[in-house]
Write a protein that binds this ligand. Structure first.
Ligand code: TMP
Length: 216
């Protein structure tokens, strides 16, 4: 019997209000139409316990959360998610389509909260061992656009209600990470009309599908 081919680990990232939800739905439908089996999940969250941690991480409250506590909670949720969802999904040969992963930690906690890259890198190695996404798709738009969209939507959570300088640091960090490893990142201009964004997303998915199918 041949071993099951491992599924791809594809992550969708971006700042607030860049259209992640709409485009994640587009990606799911696209993969379905191409006959790719996948499981869609998100961070923080993705399992019942990790979703409870998400509530704690994002709920506005009177007591301010220490940045280090935020960082550790995000990685606690991730440890649970990796063991109970991400790895089993990929081992079954399905793709794991994840709405945010560790690039969000580099962007929000590392840059936004000024905790720095090396602490996030240390936890990344500790919690994830060798696990890294096969591809990270970053939806990118100027922070003013994203903020307007997020504000129009609903009540803002703890991250969304941060100042514009915070969101600018988040955006810059995503772009810097993409520039450092262009073979693993795809930056998509999310300020373009939605149809154009989705044409570009489809191109990325087609390329991933081709590579995956042709790889032993
Ligand atoms: P969203 O996925 O619905 O956009 O919301 C998740 C929020 O959590 C978003 O503001 C980014 C934040 N976040 C972090 O701060 N660090 C992380 O590591 C992750 C995965 C998300």
């Amino acid at each position: 019997m041949t071993a099951q081919k491992r599924g791809l680990f594809v992550v969708l990232e971006g700042g607030e209000g860049v259209g992640k939800t709409t485009n994640a739905a587009f990606m799911r439908e696209y993969l379905e139409n191409k006959g790719i089996e996948y499981s869609a999940t998100r961070e923080p969250g993705g399992t019942p316990l990790a979703e409870e941690l998400r509530e704690i991480i994002l709920a506005p409250r009177e007591e301010s959360m220490a940045p280090m506590a935020e960082l550790l909670l995000v990685f606690a949720a991730r440890a649970q998610h990796i063991e109970h969802k991400i790895l089993p999904v990929m081992e079954q040969g399905q793709w794991c389509l994840c709405d945010r992963f560790t690039d969000a930690t580099f962007a929000y906690q590392g840059a936004g909260r000024d905790l720095g890259t090396s602490r996030v890198e240390a936890l990344e190695s500790f919690v994830q061992a060798e696990l890294r996404p096969d591809c990270v798709i970053i939806l990118d738009a100027p922070v003013e656009i994203g903020h307007q969209r997020a504000r129009a939507r609903a009540e803002l959570d703890r991250m969304e209600s941060e100042a514009m300088t915070f969101h600018q640091k988040v955006r810059d960090a995503y772009l810097a990470r993409a520039a450092q490893a262009p073979d693993r990142y795809e930056v998509i201009d999310a300020a373009l009309p939605l149809v154009e964004v989705q044409v570009n997303l489809a191109k990325v998915l087609d390329r991933l599908i081709d590579t995956w199918k042709n790889h032993e």
